[in-house]
Design a binder for this molecule. Sequence first.
Ligand code: C5P
Ligand code: MG
Length: 159
Amino acid sequence: MNGQAFRIGYGEDTHALAAGRLLIVGGVPIASPHGAVAHSDGDVLLHALADALLAGYALGDIGEYYPPTEASFKDMDSAEIVKGVLAILDQHAAGFSVVNVAAVVTLDQPRLGPYRQRMQARIAELLSLEPERVGATFKTSEGLAPGHIQARVTVLLVS
Ligand code: C5P
Ligand code: MG
């Protein structure tokens, strides 16, 4: 194909919160009395990012490549999922690159604002991007879903 081919990817993830679990969002550990209940490290932002990347090239979703029933994926660092998904994309869309990322995390407590720069830097590092190409915004559920954390991620891809 001549010229650049753009693709949009979108992904979501939700996990329940429980006391005493580590809370990791966008690869960054957050000081919190509760964390995600999950088979892996429960990083909703990296899971939604991985699904957004796969969706951009219609390559299924992370459940197909990293089934939650697989014992070896227990407590897995979700950065490894993102790296694995980038390798899958490389096979199907050689030379692709990420233009930018826009992420939203919905969480009532704790506040994530103080961690924004660290999350943007970590995601940028994983995707080999400048941090200013990674937007991260945070919302509460206004008390409607205090026991959950949710992430939604959009990516623009070009090849
Ligand atoms: O959900 P709400 O609009 O009340 O959130 C107000 C602001 O609080 C957000 O724009 C965001 O800057 C911040 N916030 C945060 N961490 C959260 C939820 C919201 O820093 N977990
Ligand atoms: Mg998940």
